[in-house]
Design a protein around this ligand. Structure first.
Ligand code: PEP
Length: 247
């Protein structure tokens, strides 16, 4: 039985002080053992959020990291920096990073390998644009994104990764994929994991849905057989996040 995981991607929102306020508003209501709950604030808010979530079951994740250990990479953050703070998860390959910061399937794969080397759990984002959906290539594209992201990842590590299916047309648009659309692609992701590794690995890997998840649609989405929770953007900044966690 896979444990559901609900992660809040705060994107470029909040300051350290505001982040603490948000944690204090949410933490009692989302402090559960039933679901893995992850807050992913901006880098500069990580220490404050880690401090404010101490003593709870809430884990903290970063929204990105670089694939080198250290060096002349101005503006980048290394995995060891996150680990030393106490960060447990890292979102990799979010469509906004692919779109605005030129991340590719190949750089995502390098980041996935590096995160695993440092015992960070990658939340690997995959998903199609509206144009790609209309062309009927969603499944092929998501399969390819998943395959490349997992290249050279060992089976025992692949079991622990989280894959977030996030159709780009549903992110921040208020337009959610139907539970059937989301289930179809999440099932295809699990199939490709089974093809690369085994049914055993595919049965363990957690596949989230992301794209305008809210308090009203979380229950239906998260009750689909292949959807193991959600990656939540806009609604993770609101009290509504609690109703998503407690779907
Ligand atoms: C996201 O950014 O990962 C996301 C799913 O955003 P939203 O929930 O706002 O659509």
């Amino acid at each position: 039985m896979r444990k559901k995981i609900v992660a809040g991607n705060w994107k470029m929102n909040m300051t350290p002080a505001k982040a603490v306020e948000l944690v204090n508003t949410l933490k009692d209501q989302v402090n559960t053992e039933a679901v893995d709950v992850v807050f992913c604030p901006p880098f500069v808010c990580l220490p404050a959020v880690l401090e404010a979530t101490k003593g709870t079951n809430i884990a903290v994740g970063a929204q990105n990291m670089y694939f080198e250990e250290s060096g002349a990479y101005t503006g980048e953050i290394a995995p060891s920096m996150l680990v030393e703070l106490g960060v447990k998860y890292v979102i990799l390959g979010h469509s906004e990073r692919r779109q605005y910061f030129a991340e590719t399937n190949e750089t995502v794969n390098k980041k996935v390998l590096k995160a695993i080397e440092h015992n960070l759990v990658p939340i690997i984002c995959v998903g199609e644009s509206l144009e790609e959906r209309e062309q009927g290539i969603t499944i092929d594209l998501v399969r390819l994104q998943t395959k490349i992201a997992l290249k050279d990842v060992k089976a025992e590590d692949a079991k622990k990764v989280v894959i977030a299916y996030e159709p780009i047309w549903a992110i921040g648009t208020g337009k959610t994929a139907t539970s059937m659309q989301a289930e179809e692609v999440c099932a295809a992701i699990r199939t490709v994991v089974a093809e690369i590794y085994s049914k055993e690995v595919a049965d363990e890997v957690r596949v989230q849905y992301g794209g305008s998840v809210n308090g009203g649609n979380a229950n239906e989405l998260f009750n689909m057989g292949n959807i193991d929770g959600g990656l939540v953007g806009g609604a993770s900044l609101k009290p509504e996040f609690a109703s998503i966690v407690n779907y």
